[in-house]
Design a protein around this ligand. Sequence first.
Ligand SMILES: O=C(O)C(=O)C[C@H](O)[C@H](O)COP(=O)(O)O
Length: 209
Amino acid sequence: MEDKLLQTPVIPLVQASDPEVAIRTSKALVDGGLDVIEVVMRTPEALDCMAAIVEALPDAIVGAGTVLSAGQAGSALEAGAKFIVSPGLNEGVVEASRTGGVPVYPGVNTPSEVQTAWNLGLRTLKFFPAGLAGGTPMLKALGSVFRDVKFIPTGGVSASNLGEYLAVSSVLACGGSWLTPADEIAAGNYDAVTTLAREAAGIAQSARG
Ligand SMILES: O=C(O)C(=O)C[C@H](O)[C@H](O)COP(=O)(O)O
C-alpha cells in the first residue's frame, strides 16, 4: 500500500449514495491516473457503493474513510476495504483494522495524538484537518521530532497546494475531495473528474520526480 502511495501519492475521496455513480466517479479517477480511492462512510449507501467499486474496478485499491468505530471498520472490511481511514484516533478502529490485516490511517494533528498513535505501533498517520491544523509548517514541526512517522495530509488540500505538501519530506501522500466535485458529478460530467485527477497526478509527478 505504501509503495503504491509513493508511486501515486494522491488519494481522492468518493462520497456517493448510488453505486452506479460511485463506479463512474471511480472509473473517471482511474482514467486520470489515480487508483487508490477512499470511499467515505458518510451516506447510508456507502458500503454498497464501496462493494460495487471493488467489484467493478478490481485493479483499484479501494478503502474506507470516515470510519468512526470498530464496528464500522468491520463492516467496511466485509465490503472489501483494503485500508481504513479515520478523522481521529480510536484504538478500537486500529485493532479492528489490524485484525482484518489492512493498513489503518487515523487522523491526528497534535504532538500528543502522534505520540499516542506511535505507541500503538503506527508509523503512517493522517494529518487532519491539514489546513486548519497548521499546514506545512506544522507538518515540518511534527516531522522534526517524530522522525520515523509519515503523514497523509487531508482537509483543505487542493491542486493549488498539493505540490507544497508533497515537498515536505514526512508527507507520504495527500487526500481530498477536490478531485470529486459534487456539482460536476451531479451534472454527469465525469470528464471533469478525470481532468482533475490527471492534473493532480501531474503535480505529484513534478513534486516527486
Ligand atoms: O473522514 C475521513 O476519514 C477523511 O479522510 C476526511 C477527509 O480527508 C476530509 O474530509 C477531506 O477534506 P476536504 O478535501 O477538505 O474536503
